[in-house]
Write a protein that binds this ligand. Structure first.
Ligand code: ACO
Length: 330
């Protein structure tokens, strides 16, 4: 195993899941779909949907407060707020600025990072650089998305897939053997149109046409995204394991981005893992974008399945395209 002298560690994890549950049976009443189609093609049974009044920073603050409480820290004891999101409260100020304000703190830097569904893992890589360089001592990394607010609820090919949620990590330098051992990240901007929110930016500023053409909603060529996700997630997971100086059979748990059970299974197969080693919650929450990995890690820990020294591989893929993986020793 690679012996990294200095590592960052996840001191605590917080999550927030909206109360409202939308089941496949509910969706059957909204679009021409069936529980059978959704279950067999995606593995999703239900998902959480944020209230109309809730913003990404609301969900993010709730997750952040839980993480702070679990770490026994006050918000003032963090020295950077980094937020991975694709659904900011406003284009500016950043969601990180909104979260800072709602946490009631001032002065510390705050910014957003946008990397599709890969944001939480990109965030870990960025945080590692900032902490190990000495720029920051303790970072609050929040991963939050409310995809329901950018979903076309008349488009059955996308609206059955997504859910809302948030996760938060408190990150600092590790003082023991646990922590982030290796990571791998990449992107291919030439394929950006395959998964895109076309309207509202400088490409198609909001106007009557963008509303008429529904450009403010997610557009996805599901089939193409599927193929790239399977390829990139499998490769990225193997790459991070190799960089960690480990063999596949030393992996205790795989936490893949939860977009589709078939993608999850294919990624697990690349690592040759038994089903019980692959963390799955897509059935309960659908694709929560950046929040899937923090929420899955939280649940794995909370269920008492993780023991000290376990090797956890996290891997994600998303709009951009982007992909990233990380090997973490618990
Ligand atoms: N209910 C019933 N039928 C449907 C539905 C639905 N909700 N959606 C599509 N169909 C139909 C299609 O119209 C098509 O019918 P046709 O053959 O008569 O044209 C048929 O089902 C097959 O459609 P496909 O798109 O080929 O189905 P596929 O097996 O590829 O599954 C899916 C679609 C689930 C979207 C899959 O492609 C997928 O999961 N792609 C990856 C999505 C993903 O991971 N996105 C996110 C990655 S990044 C991020 O997380 C934001």
């Amino acid at each position: 195993m690679v012996n990294k002298d200095r590592k960052i560690k996840i001191k605590s994890i917080g999550i927030y899941l909206p109360e409202k549950i939308l089941t496949n049976a509910d969706l059957e009443k909204m679009v021409d779909t069936s529980d059978e189609w959704i279950t067999t093609r995606t593995g999703i049974k239900e998902r959480r949907i944020a209230a109309d009044s809730q913003t990404s920073s609301d969900l993010g603050v709730a997750a952040a407060k839980m993480a702070l409480e679990k770490a026994n820290l006050k918000a003032e004891e963090v020295d950077l707020i980094l937020v991975a999101t694709n659904t900011p409260d406003t284009i500016f100020p950043s969601t990180a600025s909104w979260i800072q304000r709602k946490l009631g703190i001032k002065e510390i830097p705050a910014f957003d990072l946008q990397a599709g569904c890969t944001g939480a893992l990109y965030g870990l890589v960025v945080a590692e650089g900032l902490i190990l360089s000495g720029t920051c001592r303790r970072i609050l990394l929040v991963a939050v998305d409310i995809l329901s607010k950018i979903t076309n609820w008349e488009d059955r090919s996308t609206c059955v897939l997504f859910g809302d949620g948030a996760g938060a990590f408190i990150l600092e330098e590790s003082q023991d053997q646990s922590g982030l051992i290796s990571h791998f990240w990449g992107a291919d901007g030439s394929l950006g149109e395959l998964l895109i929110l076309p309207g509202g930016g400088t490409l198609h500023p909001a106007n009557e046409m963008t509303i008429r053409e529904k450009l403010h909603y997610i557009r996805m060529k599901g089939n193409d995204v599927f193929k790239h996700a399977v390829k990139r997630m499998g490769e990225a997971a193997l790459e991070a394991v190799k960089k960690a100086g480990l063999e596949k059979d030393q992996v205790d748990y795989l936490i893949p981005h939860q977009a589709n059970l078939r993608i999850i299974d294919a990624t697990g197969a690349r690592l040759g893992l038994l089903k019980e080693r692959i963390v799955v919650n897509v059935d309960k929450y659908g694709n929560m974008s950046v929040a899937t990995i923090p929420v899955a890690l939280y649940e794995l820990e909370n269920e008492g399945r993780l023991k000290s020294g376990d090797i956890v591989v996290m891997v994600a893929f998303g709009a951009g395209f982007t992909w990233a993986s990380a090997v973490y020793r618990w």
